[in-house]
Write a protein that binds this ligand. Structure first.
Ligand code: NAG
Ligand code: NAG
Ligand code: NAG
Ligand code: NAG
Ligand code: NAG
Ligand code: NAG
Ligand code: NAG
Length: 376
């Protein structure tokens, strides 16, 4: 382990109160993406709405309908990451949490700066002795961008998470040569779908997973697409240079519908979330529903934690199951027949963006309790 002094000396720049370092990790990826030959990349806001209409038409084949084949994709991509070290670890063990954000956000979802980091998941994890590695998913934020239809799709991002995890496990992150004793993967939303998929495909990469804002039920995905009011990111406020086919929600109201539960959040945080929101590619929207296999071979402990009023994964009510299960997130248990433990938690009066609600601290506590109970 680093001594605290050595670490301070090593860090190029240190943010105010915590021991963090930002760096870029290049990863080489080769994967097979879907070929959406039948889809034109939307060029205008009119086209963006036409795309959503086609993907949500009743009786249609949904977002996956336009696949015409497969396409090999390979290249080196830069991943922009933030790595943080706790002031002290609980028992001298080095447990790393790898945090994968969802649609509409970047890595700052895990380290919300609002009200002096009051809502920061990273701060909570650090204060409980964990190390954290959060990153902008390939295609988004300060990571490499790419073609929004053919390139920036679920499979490419799943392989990038696998590659990033291997580097972290092998002590190959820039300036970080220690190898973690355990690695936990925590995702939010599409980041949970990727966490699920990467640990289904490579079960040995992770010692435990936490899927926040997640279920195995894709019935309500169209609500998210419609609720977003998608417009071209390049026509909006975003300073990054996104090309046509990168889409952003039109207004704060669209973000509220998909991510926030009325009465359970600070309206100024909604405003900040809209201001700093990041886009989604049409390739991601076309592959999100098919990215996760129905069964996972993952053998570690699994926690699913999804707000009671989550829109995309519960249709606004996680308890409306018609008696089929105790909750929609709990119904995901069927996918984890090899897991050594499974729990589902449904924080009350909470929407999809868990970290942005008044329940955030309670959510973090329940995640940490679960990890502790399972030796992580
Ligand atoms: C690292 O990036 C975050 C944004 O993700 C920023 O707030 C912070 O100031 C950066 N830290 C350093 C040390 O540059
Ligand atoms: C990755 O970053 C390096 C150094 O900043 C830069 O030279 C390279 O062009 C970048 N590669 C991609 C694919 O963006
Ligand atoms: C770590 O130490 C710094 C400097 O003493 C302090 O400001 C910060 O709050 C501490 N962080 C945690 C998570 O305990
Ligand atoms: C899980 O393991 C079985 C048996 O080895 C294999 O057939 C299946 O493809 C694996 N599932 C995934 C998602 O890799
Ligand atoms: C966006 O593009 C403009 C013009 O090509 C360039 O000056 C600017 O640096 C770019 N910004 C980013 C964040 O890449
Ligand atoms: C998804 O949830 C809804 C509401 O509980 C239920 O009617 C539907 O059968 C579920 N679908 C799947 C595939 O579990
Ligand atoms: C801090 O966050 C908690 C949720 O974790 C919330 O209940 C509380 O109102 C927030 N306080 C401020 C001042 O933002």
């Amino acid at each position: 382990m680093f001594t605290k002094t050595a670490l301070w000396a090593l860090l190029a720049g240190v943010s105010s109160a915590k021991l963090c370092q930002n760096f870029t990790v290049p990863v080489s990826i080769a994967t097979i993406n879907a070929d959406f030959g039948g889809v034109q990349t939307p060029q205008t806001n009119l086209d963006a709405t036409a795309f959503v209409l086609a993907a949500t038409r009743q009786g249609g084949s949904g977002t996956a309908g336009a696949v015409t084949g497969t396409k090999a994709v390979s290249g080196t991509y830069n991943i922009s990451a933030q790595y943080c070290t706790p002031n002290k670890t609980a028992d001298n063990s080095y447990i790393l949490q790898i945090l994968t954000h969802g649609i509409g956000a970047d890595k700052t979802y895990w380290d919300v700066s609002y009200n002096n980091y009051n809502y920061s998941y990273v701060d909570y994890a650090l204060s409980h002795g964990y190390h954290t590695l959060s990153y902008d998913r390939v295609g988004i934020g300060a990571s490499s961008h790419g073609d929004p239809k053919n390139e920036i799709q679920a499979n490419l991002e799943i392989e990038s998470l696998a590659a990033l995890t291997k580097k972290a496990r092998n002590g190959e992150l820039p300036g970080i040569h220690d190898k973690p004793h355990k690695v936990i993967h925590v995702g939010h939303s599409f980041g949970s779908v990727q966490t699920y998929a990467v640990t289904a495909k490579y079960p040995g990469l992770s010692d435990g997973i936490v899927l926040t804002g997640f279920s195995m039920n894709s019935t309500f995905l169209p609500w998210f697409l419609i609720g977003s009011g998608f417009q071209q990111a390049r026509s909006g406020k975003n300073p990054q240079n996104y090309t046509a086919g990168y889409l952003s929600p039109a207004t704060p109201s669209n973000v509220e519908y998909n991510f926030f539960y009325p009465g359970s959040f600070d309206p100024k945080l909604l405003a900040l979330t809209f201001q700093t929101s990041q886009p989604v590619t049409i390739g991601e929207l076309l592959t999100i529903g098919s990215a996760a296999p129905l069964q996972s071979n993952f053998t570690g402990p699994v926690l699913v934690i999804t707000g009671e009023n989550d829109i995309p994964f519960c249709g606004g009510d996680c308890f409306a199951t018609g008696g089929a299960a105790t909750s929609i997130p709990a119904a995901s248990k069927i996918a984890f027949s090899a897991a050594k433990a499974f729990s589902a938690i449904v924080p009350p009066k909470t929407g999809h963006g868990l970290n942005w609600h008044y329940t955030a601290a309670s959510t973090y506590k329940q995640i940490t309790n679960f990890l502790g109970q399972h030796g992580l």
